[in-house]
Design a protein around this ligand. Structure first.
Ligand code: FES
Length: 75
């Protein structure tokens, strides 16, 4: 992986951890200031009150990511 590549890691039943030189644009087309943040965690459950960032609410609501839910149903 090069130094300029973006790395996205899926956290189990949690956010996407995004590392690398990223630009994050909100729905209004404005850039979100990520100064001093070499990595961010983006909410995947939809319940964060600090969207688009994860605030840990996923663990309080028992969020299960799709792949985990599918695996559980196959058992
Ligand atoms: S993934 Fe963490 S609050 Fe949504």
């Amino acid at each position: 992986m090069s130094d300029t590549a973006v790395k996205i890691t899926t956290r189990p039943n949690g956010p996407f951890r995004v590392e690398g030189p990223i630009t994050l644009i909100n729905v209004d087309g404005q850039e979100i200031d990520l100064t001093g943040k070499p990595a961010v965690s983006l909410c995947r459950c939809g319940a964060s009150v600090n969207k688009p960032f994860c605030d840990g609410t996923h663990s309080k609501i028992g969020f299960q990511a799709a792949e985990a839910a599918v695996a559980a149903e196959q058992k």
